[in-house]
Ligand binder design. Structure first.
Ligand SMILES: [Cu+2]
Ligand SMILES: [Zn+2]
Length: 176
């Protein structure tokens, strides 16, 4: 191989490996959502840009056994706020991240809220450890928003209850 060819091959390898080296990440520390604000820690979640979306690694504990709605909410706040006249934990986080203003809760890759993530499942020990992936999402657009774990599950629909029926906000953290 000539020097020029070697340089060309080397340049090609750099191009292939570049996206991995530049992958943006964000980590969230999740805390219980209470009427007094953030409570006990329940672990952390890491978001990493991948070629066609975001990879989400969860390392969570202290969850009630079973399924939990898991979403990105609009605002970078986990503070309590009034909802229909009642103080409600983490209400200041606002609604589900919905930049296209679809007004629809359709689950991950459903074409509605972009903040609809795959639901979490906590095991008998209350742990939810795993890796999930969501398409058409970037780390930069979810920074300075909040990540929410709900008390109940998520049926990826607004029926029979709005927003997947996940009930109250169990834990919250700001994506930085
Ligand atoms: Cu939510
Ligand atoms: Zn939603």
């Amino acid at each position: 191989m000539t020097g020029k060819k070697i340089a060309g091959v080397f340049f090609g390898i750099c191009l292939l490996s570049a996206p991995l080296a530049w992958a943006e990440t964000a980590t969230v520390e999740l805390h219980q959502a209470t009427l007094e604000g953030s409570g006990a820690s329940i672990g952390s979640v890491t978001f990493t840009d991948v070629s066609d979306g975001v990879e989400i690694k969860t390392s969570l504990y202290g969850l009630p056994n079973g399924q939990h709605g898991f979403h990105i909410h609009e605002n970078a706040s986990c503070e309590p706020m009034e909802k229909a006249g009642v103080m409600t934990p983490a209400q200041a986080a606002g609604g589900h991240y919905d930049p296209e203003k679809t007004g629809k809760h359709l689950g991950p890759d459903g074409g509605g809220h972009k903040g609809d993530l795959p639901r979490l499942t906590a095991n008998n020990e209350g742990r939810a450890d795993g890796v999930m992936k969501v398409k058409d999402l970037t780390v930069s657009e979810i920074k300075n928003r909040s990540l929410m774990v709900h008390i109940g599950g998520d049926n990826y629909s607004d029926h029979p209850e709005e927003l997947g029926g996940g009930d109250g906000r169990f834990a919250c953290g700001i994506i930085r």
